[in-house]
Design a protein around this ligand. Sequence first.
Ligand code: HEC
Ligand code: HEC
Length: 254
Amino acid sequence: MKYYLALSLLITAGMAWADAPSPAKSGYEFVKEETRAMQDDEFQNPGFIAVEEGRGLFNSQPASGKSCGSCHGDDGAKLEAKNLARYPIYDKELGGIVRLDDRINVCREKQSGEKPFPAYSKELLALETFVRHLAIGEPVNVQTDGEMADLLKKGEDLYKIRFGLIDMSCAHCHDSYPGQFIRGQKISQGQGNGFPAYRLDTGEMANLDLRIKQCLVLMRAEPFAPDAEESKLLGAYIMSRSNGLKIETPALRY
Ligand code: HEC
Ligand code: HEC
């Protein structure tokens, strides 16, 4: 009950319509100091368990005999951090917006000849975490021109429309109220540079798409399917807002 009261206050209190927050600030700046220290310590950050699981999967040979490492080098030595920082990318042949986990599954199916991993499965999250971690420290660099421009505009529209029973948009919380508290959590700008991240709240890893879904559930809205166009558009828009922020995978978040 208290929660709904707080929400309706939030809705009626500030009417100013905010644009994307500038400068962009990582979620890192909104978590407690202890959480930041834990994220920075490889031995304490539980996200590194997923990195190691992903590394194991990357290097191990599936039935086809073609491990990821057989093409991309042991431990992904031949993957380029700069390219990884560009995800999600636009790829016409692959059907439009391609997220990093989509790209991994394309390789798993077409190059290794194995069945793709289901969305949000432990294996796919671990592989995505491992691959993305190869680009830690690299600034997010999502394409914003060309084919991507229109798609990002569509993503922004989704970000600004009201969803669900509480009738709020993503922008209500993440553009208008960063720094305010809700249920004991400090609202951040909702950036994507830390993902996949380990969530203290759920005790599990989440990639950006899953994190978006968790916010939709919080909004009492029907989440989009993992491969729905809406999921891809929202995710791409969020990552474009994070352009310039350093990749932190695996970040530690609430
Ligand atoms: C038989 C060789 C082969 C195997 C096995 C393979 N890949 Fe790939 N991978 C490729 C090729 C070829 C590309 C496309 C390169 C390009 O677009 O320039 C690619 C692209 C990628 C990219 C995008 C890199 C970029 O710079 O944008 C990622 C990430 C990736 N693979 C991950 C994986 C993972 C994870 C696995 C294991 C599940 C895997 N690959 C298995 C050949 C392979
Ligand atoms: C009622 C307020 C509220 C609304 C509306 C909301 N969120 Fe959130 N969101 C939160 C809270 C609270 C968190 C956890 C603390 C934080 O990082 O902001 C969060 C976290 C996030 C994060 C993770 C940020 C990080 O660095 O860990 C992303 C991404 C995000 N939200 C996206 C969205 C999207 C997309 C929507 C719309 C579909 C949305 N949120 C709607 C409250 C909200």
